[in-house]
Design a protein around this ligand. Structure first.
Ligand SMILES: C[S@@+](CC[C@H](N)C(=O)[O-])C[C@H]1O[C@@H](n2cnc3c(N)ncnc32)[C@H](O)[C@@H]1O
Length: 229
């Protein structure tokens, strides 16, 4: 995968991104809700990182939940980030990084919350493991990493069933065969689906504890992991 291709693909979708995602990714708003809803209550997060923020659907929800926090959003797609910046114009502590999150480096303990939504599956298995390790390092003690993403099935037949059900839901939501083929092509070229169990194991190897899947539907899971306090 080259970065330029991923950026180009999401640049090209930018204007109609949310409409497209809501039609093609079943229960997408509920999935974003789950990222925030399962965070410990009564906790103040002061430094938050959103990896692959795109046009800011999750970032906006994060800002609404934690308006006082410094929010750092990272994405390779310039057009998407422009929209994200506009949508968060009133966020006084917004930092936008147009960069590849594979190259990010921050001092240890820079964030108390790291979130992401349907972005990490652009990394292969080794890339995910390296990112999980770095996220653990970037979090302060007691910090939380929570991300929503697409996963493979535990078996090929379960995975195939997920894809079949996904197509059915997408068609029912008003998509077309051409749009479905566009996603399948994007998937073949850029996406790396690893199983939920592998990703949870890699998080534990990276040092996280209390690793849990707090929400799941078809290919999509929301995984939460905590750094020891
Ligand atoms: C499907 S969009 C999700 C956007 C947003 N998080 C949401 O939920 O609507 C995936 C985003 O991840 C970004 N992305 C993919 N790989 C990336 C990488 N290696 N570094 C930075 N951004 C990346 C893409 O540019 C795109 O904006």
């Amino acid at each position: 995968m080259t970065n330029e291709n991923v950026a180009e693909f999401f640049d090209s979708l930018t204007g109609e991104y949310t409409e497209t995602i809501e039609r093609c990714f079943p229960r997408y708003p509920e999935m974003l809700w789950a990222v925030l809803n399962y965070l410990p209550t009564g906790r103040r997060f002061e430094n938050i990182l959103d990896l692959g923020a795109g046009t800011g659907n999750l970032s906006v929800a994060v800002h609404e939940a934690f308006p006082e926090a410094t929010l750092r959003v990272v994405d390779v797609s310039r057009d998407s980030l422009d929209i994200c910046r506009e949508r968060l114009a009133e966020c006084e502590r917004l930092i936008c990084d147009e960069t590849d999150f594979r190259n990010l480096e921050f001092p240890e303990g820079s964030f108390d919350l790291i979130v992401s939504s349907i972005a990490i599956h652009h990394l292969d298995a080794a890339g995910k493991q390296s990112l999980f390790q770095r996220c653990h390092n970037w979090l302060s003690d007691g910090g939380i990493f929570c991300f929503a993403d697409q996963c493979a099935g535990e078996t090929e037949d379960l995975y195939a069933r997920h894809i079949e059900n996904w197509k059915q839901q997408t068609m029912q939501a008003g998509s077309t065969e051409a749009e479905w083929q566009m996603w399948m092509q994007h998937q073949a070229e850029h996406d790396h689906h690893d199983t939920l169990s592998d990703q949870m194991a890699w998080l534990r190897v990276a040092g996280f504890e209390s690793v849990d899947c707090v929400w799941r539907f078809l290919l999509w899971s929301v995984i939460q992991a905590r750094k020891a306090a």
